[in-house]
Write a protein that binds this ligand. Structure first.
Ligand code: GDP
Length: 444
């Protein structure tokens, strides 16, 4: 059975400890080196984590998850941990790879996992690892489980991994095309900062809810609403609820959910806790969204709990920009989901940021600005060459991207590119939008 999914599908590797889950994960996604099967995407903002990676096999893209993240707590019985790990994977993934160890044979733990899988509605595959020689009959005993096809692999030498990937991509759902008319908004941030409270408040405003048709109810994965005539979709609100349910959930799933949400979004709304301030994890999420070219705004929530005077908000923003300069180009809204203060301002800001993200500057204006910048400061000479920039034009929106043409595009110093960035920002703003500059060789 193919399940409906939104976005890039998730494939999770499950199994008891020591069957070779991580070895298989590494073998399947590798680093593009010898013997690694699938190619890890190098799209910005989607680099791999210890527990998951974006893989591409014959053009079918998916997230592969290694669930070997067992909490090393001697007080929790191993089988309880395995159960939790498998249950979470069933919740999160579109397909599970159940790995067993051919050298060790079937164990009671394997049978318990099998029961969990059989009781779920998720599709899964039985993968017999440590079959270093595929012609050996070692793995036949697993047919006795009556689980259908057994796929032999060797994570150690890579045998069978290509065949396994062929089966995997045949089983995962295809990503349905995204609704392009709606503005897709992802509310992201660390657990407990108030994401669900904010989304619930926005959706709880009855006038904002579109309809109760199938697929658009509040229980759906994505929650649509209309604001000032624009249709917006809050993506993966189901994920927010799930996170609230399993508060001690395995953390990498929340990190994976964040990446999937960013990948599907036009605009990322990063929620911070006003009292905790901007932490390393927040910054990482902001950078992921920015590097992936998404529009970004920051909501500083729980503002009711913050001791403040009339300068506190400005000071908060300034401190954030000191930690990460690009945040100077991101709008901030200070809210309280508890009292409702300024929560609908988030929607005003989302529409504004979308406008900036899609803003187009005429070529004549771009060239005027470039000329003025170059007149004020010439690009430095490099390797005895005169470096000249001749003209520029905006080649893309969402994110705004400028091509700047010159005689030696590869010799333009990084600090000079930053100078151009700042000059373009000063001229046109683009608040909330990452801005890209491409240096190109001038046509002869
Ligand atoms: P999420 O994990 O980011 O979705 O966070 P939740 O929405 O579940 O909120 C976490 C906790 O913070 C809950 O107990 C909320 O009631 C509380 N909370 C959320 N927003 C605010 C706020 O603006 N002010 C205060 N005082 N508490 C809040």
């Amino acid at each position: 059975m193919k399940t409906a999914t939104r976005g890039v599908p998730v494939v999770a590797i499950v199994g008891r400890p020591n069957v070779g889950k991580s070895a298989l994960f590494n073998r399947l996604v590798g680093t593009g080196g010898e013997g690694s099967a699938a190619i890890v995407s190098d799209e910005p903002g989607t680099t791999r984590d210890r527990h998951f990676a974006r893989a591409d096999w014959n053009g079918q893209v998916f997230w592969l998850v290694d669930t070997g993240g067992l909490v090393d707590d001697p007080h929790t019985p191993m089988d309880v941990e395995i159960r939790r790990q498998v249950t979470e994977a069933i919740d999160e993934a579109d397909l599970l790879l159940f790995v067993v160890d051919t050298k060790a044979g079937l164990t009671p733990s394997d049978r318990r996992i099998l029961d969990l899988l059989r009781g779920s509605s998720r599709p899964w595959l039985l993968v017999a690892n440590k079959v270093d020689d595929p012609s050996s009959p070692d793995f036949y005993e697993f047919y006795e489980l009556g689980a259908g096809e057994v796929i032999p692999v060797s994570a150690a030498n890579g045998k069978g991994s290509g065949d396994l990937l062929d089966v995997v991509v045949g089983r995962i759902p295809e990503s349905p095309p995204e609704e392009l008319e709606s503005l897709r908004v992802a509310v992201v941030g660390r657990p407990n900062v108030g994401k669900s409270s904010i989304v619930n408040r926005l959706l709880g405003e009855d006038r904002l809810v579109v309809s109760d048709q199938a697929g658009t109810t509040r229980d759906a994965i994505d929650a649509p609403l209309v604001y000032h005539g624009r249709s917006l979709v809050f993506i993966d609100t189901a994920g927010l609820r799930r996170q609230a349910r399993v508060s001690d959930g395995i953390e990498f799933y929340s990190s994976l959910r964040t990446r999937r949400a960013i990948e599907r979004a036009d605009i990322c709304v990063l929620v911070l806790d006003a009292v905790a301030g901007l932490e390393g994890q927040d910054l990482k999420i902001a950078a992921l969204a920015w590097e992936a070219g998404r529009a970004l705004m920051i909501v500083v929530n729980k503002w009711d709990l913050k001791e403040k005077d009339d300068k506190t908000a400005a000071k908060f923003e300034k401190e954030c920009a000191e930690k990460a300069p690009f945040l100077a180009w991101v709008p901030f809204v200070f809210t309280s989901a508890t009292t409702g203060q300024r929560v609908t301002r988030i929607l005003d800001e989302v529409l504004k940021v979308d406008g900036e993200w899609h803003k187009r500057i005429s070529t004549s204006q771009v060239n005027q600005t470039l000329e003025a910048l170059v007149a004020r400061r010439q690009p430095p000479q490099a390797q005895g060459h005169d470096v000249r920039l001749n003209y520029a034009t905006q080649v893309e929106v969402a994110p705004p991207t400028f091509a700047v043409f010159g005689n030696h595009p590869d010799l333009v110093a990084d600090h000079y590119v930053r100078y151009l960035h700042n000059g373009f920002r000063a001229a046109w703003g683009f608040m909330g939008a990452p801005l890209r500059i491409l240096l190109r060789r001038k046509a002869a």
